[in-house]
Design a protein around this ligand. Structure first.
Ligand SMILES: [Mn+2]
Length: 406
């Protein structure tokens, strides 16, 4: 099986639709200004990989540094007049940076016809500020670019007339369109195919880093250059560290191996966790924990319904975990509050939203509605037994309940 996501992206109609949805929410006479940002510096002239600001990306689909999106709503129209500011094509610079988007390419991706050059940005912003327009932006954006705009605004009387769109964008992002679900499905397929290759090659004596290399190789080969998060590969006692950061250990005969990984497609994340017996056969205790986690998963899945909340799914799942841990003798009958005692072994939340971010933006208390996508990951960790694990799958909430995407 080989799923190729090198060219996968959402159609520009998605971005047009999202801008229309935002336009219906902002007041007349507003300019929304969003920045793609810049790759953070790792050290000296070395940078971390670039991931565009997610609010910016959500409204235009552009993945190029230093790009600026301005959406203007004025009295004349219900919808935005949209402009995108990009770097010019510069063959000399592109010897180092690689291909920069041409105006035509930027237009095809975003569905925006008015593509301008960054050199026009300052003058255009001055013009907007000189008028009586309100400024809207994403206040969760920590980029230098937004900080600079903030300084400029502080010198004008426009500063008190700024609007933060991040809350509304969170509500939009929480419910996925069919195109977004398709992107997440693609990302999941890449992850599953990569896990399959690892499973076929797994054997005692292998190092954690070799398992990591197999997974990364398979995901990158399929076109997922940057994963949804740093792949977690942990064997034996290392499974007791949830975000185990140094996968160099040996995978021994009799160990469990925890994998938590996710490829990306079209900017969208997947998030799967698997637990493998390194020698291919689970021991008695490993099987007992496996059965209990699957039992928890069944509870979680049936608790994910329209109207449920993150808290209600957590509570239902913990009840199943507590009962199982009592049966295994890990919570003794003398402990009066099994749910409280369960916290010794059940360390993290059961689920989170999944989308452009792996732990996607959300209103935590908000009741679920169809179209939401979750990663569901019940996990139990037993220090006395020297291991623990989670099994994680991604689901779409439909009007009939949770449907597996993975
Ligand atoms: Mn997860």
């Amino acid at each position: 099986m080989f799923t190729d996501v090198t060219d996968f992206r959402l159609p520009s109609s998605e971005y047009i639709h999202r801008r229309d949805a935002l336009s219906a929410k902002v007041e007349e006479n507003t300019a929304v200004i969003l920045f793609s940002g810049h790759a953070p510096v790792a050290s000296l002239d070395e940078s971390y990989p670039f991931l565009p600001n997610r609010t910016f990306f959500y409204f235009c689909g552009i993945e190029q540094e230093d790009t600026v999106l301005i959406l203007i709503k004025n009295g004349a129209k219900d919808t935005f007049t949209s402009r995108l500011y990009i770097h010019p094509r510069e063959p000399e610079k592109e010897k180092w940076t690689g291909h920069r988007l041409s105006p035509e390419e930027a237009s095809a991706i975003s569905g925006i016809s008015d593509i301008r050059l960054l050199e026009d940005l300052k003058g255009d912003i001055d013009e907007i500020l000189a008028g009586s327009m309100n400024i809207a932006w994403d206040e969760t954006d920590t980029s230098h670019e937004r900080a600079r705009l903030e300084q400029t605004l502080a010198k004008t009387d426009r500063f008190d007339a700024t609007t933060d769109i991040s809350g509304f964008v969170t509500l939009l992002r929480m419910v996925k369109s069919p195109e977004e679900v398709e992107a997440i499905r693609k990302a999941i397929t890449v992850t599953k195919e990569s896990l399959q290759v690892l499973e076929e090659n797994l054997h005692p004596g292998m190092r954690e880093c070799e398992a990591l290399a197999i997974l990364e190789c398979e995901m990158v080969k399929r076109g997922s250059l940057f994963q949804s998060f740093s792949t977690i590969v942990a064997g034996g006692r290392n499974t007791l560290c949830l975000h185990y950061p140094t996968p160099l250990g040996l995978l021994n005969d009799g160990d469990m191996l925890q994998i938590d990984c996710g490829a990306r497609a079209g900017g969208y994340c997947s998030d799967l966790s698997r637990a493998y017996a390194v020698n291919g056969k689970r021991s008695g205790r490993q099987q007992a924990l496996w059965d209990l986690i699957l039992e928890c998963k069944k509870t979680s899945l049936s608790a994910i319904l329209a109207g449920s909340t993150i808290a209600s799914v957590n509570d239902a799942t913990r009840k199943t975990a507590a009962a199982g841990l009592r049966d295994l003798g890990l919570i003794s009958s003398s402990e009066p509050d099994a749910l409280e005692s369960c916290k010794r072994y059940y360390w993290h939340n059961t689920l989170h939203h999944l989308g452009l971010d792996v732990h996607d933006v959300c209103e935590r208390e908000m009741p679920f509605v169809p179209g939401m996508v979750f990663a569901v990951e019940p996990g139990i960790y037993i220090p006395e037994w020297g291991f623990g694990f989670r099994i994680e799958d991604d689901v779409l909430l439909t009007s009939d309940g949770a449907e597996y995407l993975s």
